[in-house]
Design a binder for this molecule. Structure first.
Ligand SMILES: CC(C)(COP(=O)(O)OP(=O)(O)OC[C@H]1O[C@@H](n2cnc3c(N)ncnc32)[C@H](O)[C@@H]1OP(=O)(O)O)[C@@H](O)C(=O)NCCC(=O)NCCS
Length: 150
């Protein structure tokens, strides 16, 4: 298994992986446009040349970053890849001087296992909601906000 930063040739596989879950309402969808624009945020897990996992570290504000777009291929669920992706992103965040990570998720139990704690959405800076206006669910966000100090 290789965990590495994404490059352009990964975008189609990431798009397919994320949007298959999004179609089932398990995560928010990502357009190709967004994936291209945020390519440097993305980390992929690759096995035998196939992309089987993805996660994103998005810098938000002073010493604050978000874990986003986390997904692993259905046949690999609960084999530790999600944890490895998050912990690799945590390492990257630490190098950048991030002190607090947050996520908005439908999988709070998974993130709780990784040391994230549920917080009120009010604790997040207003800037976080800038991109939410593009979400079909806005303004009725039903994701759970979670934070982890690193
Ligand atoms: C959520 C997801 C990324 C987790 O990745 P994963 O590789 O399956 O998780 P891991 O195997 O690394 O699990 C780490 C720990 O969390 C637990 N866990 C994983 N998914 C869980 C869930 N949905 N509920 C409760 N616990 C969960 C595992 O059992 C493991 O616990 P352990 O440390 O006691 O063994 C993966 O299930 C997935 O891609 N789901 C579909 C897309 C999705 O929901 N993405 C999140 C959008 S917010």
């Amino acid at each position: 298994m290789i965990y590495r930063k994404a490059v352009f040739k990964d975008v189609e596989a990431v798009h397919k992986l994320v949007n298959a879950y999004a179609d089932k309402g398990l995560m928010l969808s990502r357009s190709r446009n967004v994936l291209y624009e945020t390519l440097r945020d993305l980390l992929v897990a690759e096995h035998d040349g196939v992309i089987i996992g993805v996660g994103s570290l998005h810098l938000t504000w002073d010493e604050l970053a978000e874990i986003r777009a986390l997904a692993v291929a259905p046949h690999t669920i609960k084999s530790g890849i999600g944890r490895n992706i998050v912990e690799t992103l945590v390492g990257e965040a630490k190098q950048l001087g991030v002190k607090t990570l947050f996520t908005l998720t439908y999988q709070p139990e998974f993130f709780a296992k990784l040391g994230f704690e549920e917080v009120s959405k009010d604790l997040l800076p207003h800037k976080v909601w800038k991109e939410c206006i593009n979400c079909a669910k806005f303004p009725n966000c039903d994701e759970t906000a979670m934070m982890r100090k690193i």
